[in-house]
Design a protein around this ligand. Structure first.
Ligand SMILES: Nc1ncnc2c1ncn2[C@@H]1O[C@H](COP(=O)(O)OP(=O)(O)OP(=O)(O)O)[C@@H](O)[C@H]1O
Ligand SMILES: [Mg+2]
Length: 295
């Protein structure tokens, strides 16, 4: 059996396991939980409504995003948008639905992969777009791939102080690094400037405190971290110990099973939930096929 066949077989098995774990929980998508969340009147991440009103709003180049295969408002019924609906559902149920109480820091979701180019940024942005498209959901997308930031590049956001400046202490208030976007429910923290000690900053107590604050004070917001590959640096592994859920993106046609297993091992003692996402397969003609599961 080839590596790819093996990976697909595994993904199929995982899909079944994942569905067993997460699918029966229809109650989580009922209005009850969601309404509780939306009762929270704190205006997300900023001091007050006036401040929020005065802030610049990032506009997206939807034609560019569409050309790169990202979900767009006008393609809400495309196959990719549908795929992301099923991809996000277990994550949202775990994050802010009925399973929230069983998972520590459940609203913090880290996206990683074994090696470069497997689709972490693609997944992070599409998940953020898909979840924030729901009228009662709020998402904070953090570019934590600070050595090779790509979120701002893809979304064509100008360079502003971000995570690094906050961790370094150059910016005091979290709200000063959060960008508002044309999507009400979507805010972004860019990576910020390059820093010689970025690994140390990501492993610092300040980062631990930030993760804690995001999980406690903003428990109804889903926070998505785009990170570097697990096997290339220690950054993703360090961050994985601070979040509740990890999505391990696997490029089905190129990443060997041994690399995937190496990554899984690194994640063993990290987040409560680790899900795999099979990306870039050729099962469907017009877009990618995603397997989904839990180790
Ligand atoms: N499912 C997909 N369908 C179409 N294009 C995809 C898909 N997944 C990834 N890509 C494309 O593949 C390329 C690599 O993806 P991406 O940048 O998301 O990978 P990455 O894991 O974030 O890489 P890096 O490790 O360099 O950060 C990009 O051009 C992206 O648009
Ligand atoms: Mg990336």
């Amino acid at each position: 059996m080839s590596t790819i066949e093996e990976a697909l077989r595994k993904a199929e098995q995982q899909k079944q396991i994942g569905q067993k774990i997460i699918a029966s929980d229809d109650s989580a998508s009922e209005p009850h939980d969601i309404q509780q969340d939306s009762h929270d009147s704190i205006e997300g991440f900023v001091a007050n409504d006036q401040e929020s009103f005065n802030r610049p709003v990032e506009k997206f180049d939807w034609n560019f995003l569409k050309s790169k295969g990202y979900i767009c408002p006008e393609s809400a019924h495309s196959k990719l948008a549908e795929e992301y609906r099923s991809i996000k559902r277990p994550l949202v149920v775990n994050a802010i639905g009925a399973r929230k109480k069983d998972i520590q820091r459940s609203n913090l979701i880290l996206i990683t992969s074994s090696v470069p180019g497997e689709g972490k940024t693609f997944t992070s942005i599409n998940l953020a777009l898909s979840i924030s498209a729901e009228f009662d959901k709020k998402v904070l997308l953090i570019d934590a791939d600070v050595s090779k930031p790509a979120v701002s590049k893809v979304l064509k956001i100008k360079q502003t102080p971000g995570l690094i400046e906050y961790l370094e202490g150059e910016v005091d208030n979290l709200s000063d690094i959060i960008l508002h976007t044309e999507i009400d429910g979507l805010r972004i923290i860019p990576a910020g400037k390059r820093h010689k000690y970025s690994t140390e900053l990501l492993a610092s107590n300040k980062m631990v405190s930030l993760a804690k604050e995001l999980s406690e004070r903003y428990a109804d917001r889903i926070v998505i971290f785009d990170t570097p590959p697990l096997l290339a640096t220690t950054q993703a592994e360090v961050l994985a110990s601070m979040v509740g859920q990890v999505v391990l993106v696997i490029a089905a046609d190129s990443t060997s099973q041994s690399l995937v297993m190496e990554s899984v091992k690194k994640l063993e003692n990290c987040a409560d939930v680790v899900l795999t996402l099979l990306n870039k397969t050729k099962r469907s003609l017009d877009t990618s096929y995603y397997g989904y599961g839990k180790y």
